[in-house]
Ligand binder design. Structure first.
Ligand code: FES
Ligand code: FES
Length: 184
């Protein structure tokens, strides 16, 4: 690369790349700066602002979305890494008129206060129940061949989702409600 080319790239940034992916069942093809995070693609380009930016460096979980069935922190992932993939955000789980069971449980169990962390909590919670259903163990699973729901399991699996309002007990109650369990 010549010095002039390098200087031009520094001033304009790298060339745009096209990313094609499905979000909440709808196909999108977007020209992006390759440095764009998945979170910024969702919020700034697709205007899906339900997914929140808390820390923007992987510490709070507010940006959690479900990618091909697995939850991830969208702030830590480049959009270009998800070409061809299927993304589900809080907007794709349910609507105000047709809440997802986890959304309804958060309302009924008073699982939020300010609500800023809630979209990430709910996406994470939905994926947690799926992980347990599939028998994926966590750091606190005692028997790797018998993965069950417990408060300890849920607290461990939800530990990447921080709630500044400290709604934690009610979040666990909401997840247990969806799982059809009430015992501690
Ligand atoms: S905004 Fe992604 S973990 Fe905090
Ligand atoms: S409800 Fe306020 S940060 Fe969790």
């Amino acid at each position: 690369m010549t010095q002039q080319m390098a200087a031009a790239e520094r001033s304009t940034g790298p060339a745009a790349v096209t990313v094609s992916l499905r979000v909440n069942g709808a196909g999108h093809s977007v020209d992006l700066d390759p440095r764009t995070s998945l979170l910024d693609l969702l919020r700034e380009h697709l205007r899906l602002t339900g997914t929140k930016k808390g820390c923007d460096h992987g510490q709070c979980g507010a940006c959690t979305v479900i990618v091909d069935g697995r939850r991830i922190n969208s702030c830590l992932s480049l959009a270009v890494m998800h070409d061809g993939e299927d993304i589900v955000t809080i907007e794709g789980l349910g609507t105000p008129d047709a809440l997802h069971p986890m959304q309804r449980a958060f309302v009924e169990q008073d699982g939020y206060q300010c609500g800023y962390c809630t979209p990430g909590q709910i996406c994470s919670a939905v994926a947690v129940l799926d992980e347990i259903e599939r028998g994926v163990p966590s750091h606190v699973t005692a028997d790797l061949l018998d993965v069950r729901i417990s408060d300890e399991e849920l607290r461990e699996r939800m530990s990447g989702n921080i709630c500044r309002c400290a709604a934690y007990p009610n979040i666990i109650a909401a997840i247990r409600q969806v799982a059809g369990e009430t015992a501690a």
